[in-house]
Design a protein around this ligand. Structure first.
Ligand SMILES: NC(=O)C1=CN([C@@H]2O[C@H](COP(=O)(O)OP(=O)(O)OC[C@H]3O[C@@H](n4cnc5c(N)ncnc54)[C@H](OP(=O)(O)O)[C@@H]3O)[C@@H](O)[C@H]2O)C=CC1
Ligand SMILES: O=C(CO)COP(=O)(O)O
Length: 335
């Protein structure tokens, strides 16, 4: 029989908007939260003012429940559940500071919607590879949810995906609160790949908006994108999936249509003529799709799935091909 998990101490690793939103949600429970942030000045600010100075700075942080620290090993001490929420491009650096033994027997959760740039692998693959975390102990947090709406306590939904229903249920129970409903989905890889892909599509939607395409075009773009995602994910891991569920379609829609979306914003700026670098600097937030599109493009060299949207975004961001040229090609390939 599986041991019951005593989820009274949680570690949250990451200091951006989604980490701050997750700390807020977890604070609704009767738990202690160790919160790792990389900068001491941010930790000191939280201890003094009860707010994250840089992200969602209107969210009060209850320091009776939440202990901020820059010491990642200290944050992990005694925690039965650890949530990683550092952008994928930087998670490798953070994991290098954590001995594998520190994650042993914990439920390890990734709230990251990106891929590891140098290796073209998912974050959960990296956790298994470098820290030998058993796949039954790994979950991801996905679903259509923006940190900014959590901050405002707007009704939100999360999908907790994992191979082990019991582990995923522990995480879902932790994230359930008055304004969040969390549901378990038994499809770790499908949900994680979909969460990665939707960011690429949101960049495409932003580019289209920036070039003054309208709602009619975006509806067709998103419909075609859903098919592109299905073909790609099935080529990697075939399984019966309800693609209309919030974990898949919902996640895609919120990112493609919300003004809060980082990826859509990045695309919009590129469509309006910003260089990628200038857009990234001005945004001061991470658009995972920028890194993910290269990983997906590289992975697909072996899979040979028809991915015109991914190819267009890759060509614009990495090959510096004009957005209007690529969008014209997309116009013709979609129906
Ligand atoms: N925002 C959201 O609504 C949601 C986000 N996610 C996912 O959560 C993850 C985190 O994103 P989010 O919180 O939005 O990010 P933000 O853009 O809000 O914040 C970026 C974070 O990355 C850190 N960072 C930037 N550069 C580096 C670096 N060189 N090394 C280490 N850390 C760095 C920043 O730290 P600093 O400021 O100290 O530089 C900051 O903590 C992503 O994978 C995203 O897809 C998932 C669902 C919802
Ligand atoms: O994954 C996210 C929300 O689901 C964050 O990415 P966006 O901000 O681009 O939507």
């Amino acid at each position: 029989m599986q041991k019951k998990v005593d989820a009274t101490k949680i570690a949250v690793i990451g200091g951006g908007s989604w980490a701050t939103a997750l700390v807020k949600i977890l604070s609704e429970q009767n738990v202690r939260i160790n919160w790792w942030l990389k900068n001491k000045k941010d930790v000191d600010y939280i201890l003094q003012h009860g707010k994250n100075p840089n992200y969602l700075s209107n969210v009060p942080i209850d320091t009776k429940k939440v202990t901020p620290t820059t010491n990642v090993r200290k944050a992990l001490e005694g925690a039965s559940v650890v949530i990683f929420v550092v952008p994928a491009a930087f998670i490798g650096e953070v994991l290098e500071t954590i001995p594998a033994a520190d994650l042993k027997d914990k439920i390890v959760v990734s709230a990251i919607k990106g891929m590891i740039p140098s290796e073209n692998i998912l974050v959960t693959d990296l956790l298994q590879k470098t820290h030998a975390v058993p796949s039954q102990k790994i979950c991801i947090i996905a679903g259509p949810c923006h940190a900014e709406e959590v901050a405002l306590e707007k009704r939100s939904y999360l999908s907790i995906a994992g191979e082990d229903f019991t582990a995923a249920s522990v995480v879902a129970d932790l994230l359930q609160c008055g304004f969040v409903k969390a549901t378990v989905v038994e499809d770790l890889y499908g949900v994680e790949y979909c969460a990665v892909m939707k960011n690429v599509v949101a960049i495409a939607c932003g580019i289209a908006r920036g070039l003054n395409y309208g709602d009619n075009f975006q509806a067709v773009l998103v419909s075609n994108a859903m098919l592109e995602i299905e073909l790609f994910v099935d080529a990697l891991s075939k399984k019966e999936r309800n693609w209309n569920a919030s974990a898949y379609l919902g996640d895609l829609l919120v990112t493609c249509y919300s003004p809060y979306s980082r990826n859509r914003t990045l695309g919009n700026m590129v469509g309006r003529g910003y260089s990628v670098k200038a857009a990234q600097v001005e945004m001061n937030m991470i658009a995972e799709g920028y890194y993910a599109v290269k990983c997906v493009y590289e992975l697909n060299k072996k899979l040979h799935v028809q991915m015109p949207i991914t190819k267009a975004v890759y060509n614009i961001l990495y090959e510096k091909i004009s957005p209007s040229v690529e969008l014209r090609i997309l116009e013709d390939s979609m129906c």
